[in-house]
Design a protein around this ligand. Sequence first.
Ligand code: NAP
Length: 393
Amino acid sequence: MVLNLKLVREEPRRVTILGSTGSVGCNTIDLIERDRGAYVVQALTANRNAAALAEQARRLRPSMAVVADPASYRELKEALAGTDISVAAGPEAVVEAASLPADWVMAGIVGAAGLEPTLAGIRQGSVVGLANKETLVCAGDLVMAEIERHGATLLPVDSEHSAIFQVFDFDQSERVERIILTASGGPFRTWTLEAMESVTPAQAVAHPNWDMGAKISVDSATMMNKGLEVIEAHHLFPVPESRIEVVVHPQSVIHSMVEYVDGSVLAQLGSPDMRTPIAYALGWPERMEAPAARLDFKKITNLTFEEPDLIRFPALRLAREALQAGGAAPTILNAANEVAVRGFLEGRIGFLDIARIVERTLAAANHFEIANIADVHAVDAHAREIASALIAA
Ligand SMILES: NC(=O)c1ccc[n+]([C@@H]2O[C@H](COP(=O)([O-])OP(=O)(O)OC[C@H]3O[C@@H](n4cnc5c(N)ncnc54)[C@H](OP(=O)(O)O)[C@@H]3O)[C@@H](O)[C@H]2O)c1
């Protein structure tokens, strides 16, 4: 973990929100608009939701608004006509937006599509709030090396990693015995395998505790999300994979824990509202106000914990195995999962096929060596091709 404490803080702070139209992006904007004068918005980006992006841009007046999908350019351009906001489209334009000088960048794009824009934020030495966990899964070692090289600061936004970050003693990291990641278990925690065979996309995206984008909701339902988070934790914190545990905690009150050699377990608690971990990253190293509902301990009667079931949720096992295998395996796992989740959301495969496709892609793919970001893209494309062919078969 690289933390460069920027003691002298310029006000207002220049911020860029990558993936501003998504769940994390909208929550970030909600916080910014509560103290509008404290920020200058440099850039906002989306994939193809030009209408929502234009509406945000008219309110926040960024220098630049960008859609990744060129087909949405015209709609965005027309919607922002008469403003001085520069409009662009395409993946390179998203990277250009992420390269505008900013003190703080929210990496809120979903999937490996967020890798290059997140790297662009890192390369200008900004403080980067990382929601886009797939960036660390597909290129963790390379991304962490870029952070070091450019003196950037990466702050976790995932609620679990924010929790760990808040209770992790970096000066005594060798005194940490375990990281305990909590998992809600998702909407099918108590379902049988037979029942899960016929899960629909609508059922899978209806998370019991969190309101999130479609992809992470499906990942939570398969528990691949927790697997991706084990990989993310491995890169963020100096603790080996064997000492990163997962425990199912259906109430999502404890967001994760760190156990020390004296037996003390430190936890961070809160209501399931992403504005708390986003505020922690946005305000860091200070705490800022966030409007999340406060916990009422008199009403919390039951905090329970269970062992994850790796038979019904094999994605968690696959992610751990990919991390243990190292090399290209996590990149292949991530790419195959993205393709399979899309296939499921589009009704082309069943829910349980997601993990099957990932497992078969990991077995069939060539595990090329990964030495640089170009290699990551090559492995990612290779794995997507295999996963797509498996879905089409
Ligand atoms: N949601 C949560 O509570 C939560 C919690 C922890 C971690 N995370 C992580 O945060 C990330 C974002 O999640 P989310 O739930 O906010 O996702 P989301 O609601 O689906 O939003 C994704 C954002 O990324 C944009 N986007 C999608 N594909 C893109 C592409 N190819 N190129 C550029 N931009 C693209 C979307 O634009 P359009 O609107 O135009 O599609 C949208 O702005 C994920 O990595 C997720 O795992 C989310």
